[in-house]
Design a protein around this ligand. Sequence first.
Ligand code: AMP
Length: 215
Amino acid sequence: MRLILLGPPGVGKGTQAKLLASLFTISHISTGDILREAAAAGTELGLKAKELMDAGRLVPDDVMIGIIRDVLRTDRSVPGFILDGFPRTVPQAVALTKLLEELNLSIDRVINMEVDEEEVVRRLGKRLTCQTCGRTYNVETDRLIDPKKCPNCGGKLVKREDDKPATIRKRLRVYSELTAPVKEYYKKLGLLENVSAKGSIEQVKSSILELLDHR
Ligand code: AMP
């Protein structure tokens, strides 16, 4: 199975992508994670990307397309995959279609997760991320025993630089300007499915599984 998850920052794409990847034994490919790993490793690409990420801006299309091309040519694409955070612009979506054609692969479904903007701002404002394993937590709903320590791996929980209020607003503006048109692109291809991301993690997962079943 090959899926794409679309939706604004903070809608829960990463959370659902991890669950679906483990359920279907497919690769979770998050371009945000790839960039954060490169930044942590201090590579030239990573350091350049970090400046843009921290400012809530997008990394240039040609860089991102190169990254995805490299990933999809590895074994990671073999069991199937779920793309989280890519494509984020129409040129990225067009390039992905071309790349998949070259690789003789196709996308089964594009799942667009929907939630209103205020909810996104609220969720991101409460989000903490583990510096070590990358898991995210909501300080309100996850009832952490120690709000500085990851319950999964013991790593340090921090607020991502781009989860600060001014940057959240900027990311949402970038989303509606550059990423929202990607929905139209996939709608025209007949691949788009909308799902409400308003409920609990389990409810949203069930809605996604239902729409994957029912076609
Ligand atoms: P995410 O973890 O998906 O929210 O991504 C964090 C940040 O990484 C974004 O705000 C962008 O700066 C950058 N990024 C991730 N994926 C892409 C992409 N496909 N195109 C451009 N920038 C990206």
